[in-house]
Design a protein around this ligand. Structure first.
Ligand code: FAD
Length: 512
């Protein structure tokens, strides 16, 4: 009878789909009967059980492919009202590492199916901005804004990530010292809360929800739209890499560079650790032969540090940029002659990691497991961290890039949810490993190395914060948020009281 009833409501093709539903018959039928503009599928679920990390795989019961914000609100309202223990995860590009965008036996919302990018070039001194749906990829957003001569100010190294996904974490790259992370460059959000309410929020309207959601790990609402700050898009980029053998000189130079007045400063400042010739600066080879004739810089010292900076310029600055950069580089204390300069378009610089992605797909390595570890390390302990982690523990390399660059805490609004160390300057350290049968390195070995690094920090009282955090115990989450844990819990009770949203973060669980 129930199947006949469902057939009448949803038609024959949906009926074959509903047969795949693993939930109780009543819940399956009620979900199938929801009045949606898009599709809720019980069979097209495999993609929602995977992510970039390729370590955790949990299947949802259903996947929503929304065609409107109302679809998202309808499904959340249904789950909120039901007595089942269903949960919901918004999935952007699925570039999480440890299943954060998955929902075991719950509902995954495939945010990419809801499209929309609208650029508003500010006229007569007004601010310029772009409104983008939460599942839009940054690469598509940037391509659209650049057509009108504008670009966001703060990026991630890789642009094929979703707007909602990076805003739920922070969105950090070499521009963050200057403009703050991506979450510091948002004017307004539209959010569907854990009760299914559609709420517009900004620093002046529903400000608590706005700041809760930014860096909120998907716990307080689903970002359906974000209004992102734009500025005129530069014409080209001078992209410079230099090498250091002395860690103190490297970090002092980095810290000086991020503290210059903005007008005299580089536009992007990052760094990486080089222990093998192929590690040079994010896989971009330093052309030392051309400048020094030396075969490999790594022969100079077993551990080197690569400073990577860029200067953007507009067409009318083409003749002066060279002189300006020379004077900015003059005080740096890198190894003599160890410098490489490249000139490229703004977009090809921003989309640089995509080139590596294509190469790694060809080699079958992009889909390898990626047990990444990203940490924020306070400036006062970065020398200690280097002395043990880079110079000893990882001096043989990690099978992937090792990033290290400083950030200003003042660019991170403390009202946002993301946890950062209690110092004015802290470093982002990214250990971006991949496990591959080709090089006989297992996930377990790499995860063990991550644990050794964390254990070293814990036993030496280095008060790091994990970025893109992954914890398994409640106590670790309390420690992660520290004095802000009570605020995090209050916000959860206010905006997602039944703990429906983003179960893959494993912070709260829905009461049975
Ligand atoms: P997903 O994996 O889909 O989701 C991540 C989390 O956000 C989940 O909890 C999910 O439920 C939640 N979520 C997703 N969409 C929404 C939404 N619309 N509303 C609310 N919650 C949502 N990060 C940096 O900061 N800087 C970098 O330079 C950087 N480089 C990267 C390079 C690569 C190759 C990869 C794989 C990742 C990189 N990251 C970087 C990490 C990246 O920012 C995060 O993994 C981010 O979550 C990815 O976005 P996504 O769309 O894939 O999110």
């Amino acid at each position: 009878f129930l199947l006949a009833f469902a057939d009448a409501l949803i038609g024959a093709s949906a009926l074959s789909d509903i047969k795949s539903c693993s939930l109780s018959t009543q819940v399956c039928n009620s979900l199938a009967a929801l009045n949606l503009d898009g599709e809720l599928s019980f069979s097209k679920i495999a993609n929602a059980s995977r992510d970039f990390g390729n370590i955790h795989h949990t299947f949802p019961a259903a996947v929503l492919y929304p065609d409107s914000v109302k679809d998202i609100a309808t499904v959340v309202q249904f789950v909120y009202a039901s007595s089942s223990n269903l949960t919901i995860a918004a999935k952007g590009a699925g570039h999480s590492i440890y299943g954060q965008s998955q929902a075991r036996d719950g509902i995954v919302i495939e945010m990419s199916s809801l499209k929309g990018i609208e650029v508003f070039p500010g006229a007569f001194g007004e601010a310029s901005y772009v409104d983008a749906r939460g599942g839009e990829l940054w690469i598509d957003l940037i391509t659209a804004t650049m057509k009108l001569g504008f670009a966001p100010r703060s990026f991630t190294d890789y642009l094929h990530l979703s707007v909602g996904g990076t805003l739920s974490n922070a969105g950090v790259s070499g521009q963050a010292f200057r403009y703050g992370p991506q979450i510091s460059n948002v004017f307004q959000l539209e959010v569907v809360t854990g009760k299914g309410e559609i709420v517009s929020c900004s620093p002046i309207e529903n400000a608590d929800l706005f700041f809760a959601v930014l860096g909120g790990l998907g716990q307080f609402g689903i970002i359906t739209q974000a209004r992102i700050v734009l500025e005129p898009s530069p014409y080209r980029v001078r992209w410079i890499r230099t090498l250091y053998s002395d860690f103190s000189k490297f970090t002092e130079d980095q810290e000086n560079l991020i503290s210059q007045p903005l007008i005299q400063s580089f536009d992007y400042i990052e760094g990486s650790v080089v222990v093998k010739a192929e590690d040079c600066c994010n896989s971009c080879k330093l052309e030392t032969n051309a400048t020094t004739g030396s075969s490999s810089p790594i022969t100079i010292s077993p551990v080197l540090y690569c400073l990577e900076v860029t200067k953007n310029y507009f067409e009318h600055e083409s003749n002066t940029v060279e002189r300006k950069i020379s004077s900015m580089l003059a005080p740096l204390r890198h190894l003599p002659s160890m410098i490489s300069v490249q000139d490229t378009t703004y977009l090809s610089f921003l989309d640089r990691v995509h080139e590596s992605e294509l190469r790694l797909w060809e080699q079958g390595l992009w889909s390898a497991p990626h047990p990444w570890l990203n940490l924020f390390i306070p400036k006062s302990r970065i020398e200690d961290f280097d002395a043990w982690t880079f110079k000893q523990q990882l001096r043989g390399g990690i099978n992937g890039p090792m990033l290290i660059y400083p950030l200003h805490k003042m660019k991170w609004d403390p009202r946002m949810s993301v946890a950062t160390p209690q110092e004015d300057i802290f470093y982002l350290v990214g250990l971006l490993r991949y496990a591959s049968p080709l090089v006989h390195i297992s996930i377990e070995t790499l995860q063990h190395e991550n644990n050794v690094t964390l254990k070293y920090c814990d036993s030496n009282r280095i008060t790091y914060k994990q970025y893109l955090p992954n914890y398994s115990t409640h106590g670790e989450w309390i420690q992660h948020f520290g004095e802000f844990w009570p605020r995090f819990v209050d916000r959860k009770l206010k905006y997602d009281p039944k703990a429906i949203l983003s179960p893959g973060q494993r912070i709260f669980s829905r009461p049975k």
